[in-house]
Design a protein around this ligand. Sequence first.
Ligand SMILES: [Ca+2]
Ligand SMILES: [Ca+2]
Ligand SMILES: [Ca+2]
Ligand SMILES: [Ca+2]
Length: 449
Amino acid sequence: MKNARLFGLITLTALLAACGSTSNTPSAPSAQAAEFVPGEVLVQLDSSLRAQSLTALAATLGVQSVEVVAASDGAPLVLAKLSSGQSVESAVASLGARGDVRYAEPNFIYHHDATSTDPYFTNGSLWGMYGPSTTPANQFGSNAAAAWASGSVGSSTVYVGIIDEGIQYNHPDLAGNVGNPNEIEANGKDDDGNGFVDDKYGWDFANNDNTVYDGGNRGSLDAHGTHVSGTIGARSNNVGVVGVNHNVRLISGKFLGRNGGTSANAIKALDYFIGLKNKGLNIVATNNSWGGGSFSQALRDAIERSNTAGILFVAAAGNGGSDGVGDNNDATPHYPSTYDNSNIIAVAAITSSGGRSSFSNYGAKTVDIGAPGSGINSTVPYDKYASYNGTSMATPHVTGAVALYAAAHPGASAAQIKNAILSSAVPTPSLSGITVTGGRLDAFAALSK
Ligand SMILES: [Ca+2]
Ligand SMILES: [Ca+2]
Ligand SMILES: [Ca+2]
Ligand SMILES: [Ca+2]
């Protein structure tokens, strides 16, 4: 995407004050560095402006051009490209003060929540899938293997949105578990009528095209998205690893490129999955192993649209910021996991010996549950496997459990699924008092809730 080279690191200080939003969710109180795209501002219009053409709207707002990001909320959310010389800070302040604008905010940049990668480390261990009575056993794993033993292995009628980098959908351990069944590949037609042509495996919002796997000779691109996908749904009884679900359907809402992703593109990805659900696909959750930016009313609004559509938003609690030591999200919000939407499940990471991973954020009020996040083996591009650490890796264990539950309980509501996951958490000393449940994921115990 051409914006990529425009991405710069800009520290938000004065901007936080200017960013006065209409939400009752607290803004970040700290002077954390938040990145945003220079020359762009997200503007939520009032309904009085809805009838204008985009050209007229740009003139009205005094900006170079506007693009509609979301239109489903009564009045459009637009991405305004500023005229040269116009700063994001001044545009947020002046646009936000207009009577015909609900709010204006920076177009924040997000990064995935993995702390490190070790592509040469493949030890064959999948402790995150084990439980106390499985073979092999690890009491701190997700206990997915016990669910499989009871006959729950997921279903091809359950769909999960992967909002991340892209996915190597033809990886031997993922092929068949990734795809939009109502779209025909490469025929130049929008077969399912969702507004996206040939979105067979999803859509690349970072580059606005239908190639969600851009690995090829471009290095590690799409490794993170492929890794979280394998934890949710790598295939069984063939090669490599296995996911929490042996059967599931994953679809890519790619918005992270080499330099991260933006609020505008994350919002487009969220609305894309709502659109697919409205077209009849049983989208039960999105996996969100990423974070950054500062408070975004526009992103919070989009998550709420997902909530209304009955889609859970499973989110990484974050990896401690620049020093890599876990932070308290109650004191220092990590977005998007800290938003107050009721469909969010915020996930901390634990190690194979039950400790909180040193990098994992926590929060008695803002982080719901722990799951395996250290030394997690999964799929990566070029048909390979690698071990990663991060709340990014803990999150798909929970998303996988959500999909497993949905397969076993057709028709369960998002609230019912969330309650089953959280109420079955196993009390865990390292998470006690610093997470909502004080416990870790048990994908098998959740099934009987
Ligand atoms: Ca389509
Ligand atoms: Ca097509
Ligand atoms: Ca692409
Ligand atoms: Ca496999």
